[in-house]
Design a binder for this molecule. Structure first.
Ligand SMILES: [Zn+2]
Ligand SMILES: [Zn+2]
Length: 262
């Protein structure tokens, strides 16, 4: 069974054919899709979708690109309330994005990220971290604010082997997406080779970043087989083992197999 631990099914690009997208995911044996919200609207929508489709679960939180108007007094209680839902398995996606100059000011991004990392620890939920061109600050904030029992993933991971060592020491996981399959992939193949297999996750970040050979199309969960195959190649193990191990990892981190039992 495959897992897609990062897929924006709530995106409007899926609104006309969501049933078909889920059916194609099931057809390639995906048993678990995690849809992370990026603000109030998408967090609510992710929960709604998780109520409709058995294989879909949700994460809730405020993305760095959506945090300009974040007001802790108003939004933290909202996140707490969403987190009580049995299919909400994580806080995310949260983090820092320094790629866009016109995004939220860095001090605002940092404050909102810190607050949500702390909240996740309090709620006993893992974090899904978005870190784009902000490696040093993202690492420092997670180090300072993540409590010891908490865990999480740096999704669409783009850090160096040195940074990887620090994340592994903290018990964190690394998520890889379509760019792992690109010819110009630089750091990611080395990091995949370096990191223990039991800390790797595969994700699509659909509808963005479709893997080779489907690059340029709208991405969807069923395309994840191409990412699994490339990761297996860099890890020098069979694709079947790669799929089994990444699913075990996803389940260890997000506990989706017990999420609806209660
Ligand atoms: Zn992201
Ligand atoms: Zn994302």
């Amino acid at each position: 069974m495959l897992t897609d631990t990062h897929c924006h099914l709530d995106d409007e690009q899926f609104q006309d054919d969501l049933n078909a997208v889920i059916d194609r995911a099931k057809a390639v044996d995906i048993g678990f899709i995690l849809d992370p919200g990026v603000n109030a609207e998408t967090s609510r929508r992710a929960i709604e979708i998780s109520e409709t489709y058995e294989i879909v679960y949700a994460a809730v939180g405020y993305h760095p690109s959506d945090c300009v108007d974040f007001d802790a007094a108003r939004h933290i209680p909202m996140i707490r309330q969403w987190a009580e839902h049995p299919k909400v398995l994580a806080i995310g996606e949260i983090g820092l994005d320094y790629y866009y100059d016109d995004g939220a000011p860095r001090d605002v991004q940092k404050r909102v990220f810190e607050t949500q990392v702390g909240l996740a620890g309090e709620l006993g939920l893992p974090i899904i971290v978005h870190d784009r061109d902000a490696h040093g600050d993202a690492l420092a904030i997670v180090k300072a604010n993540l409590n010891q029992e908490a865990s999480g993933v740096f999704h669409c991971y783009g850090g160096s082997v040195e940074m990887t060592r620090e994340l592994l020491d903290m018990g964190l996981y690394l998520g890889f997406d379509g760019p792992l399959t690109f010819k110009n992939a630089r750091k990611a193949p080395d990091v995949v080779a370096y990191a223990p297999a039991d800390r790797l996750l595969i994700e699509t970040d659909s509808p963005y970043m479709a893997p080779v050979p489907l690059r340029g199309r709208r991405n969807e969960s069923s395309y994840i087989v191409h990412i699994a195959a490339k990761m297996a190649e860099y890890k020098n193990i069979s694709v079947d083992d790669m799929i089994r191990i990444t699913t075990e990892n996803a389940n260890r981190l997000f506990r989706f197999d017990t999420a609806c039992a209660s």
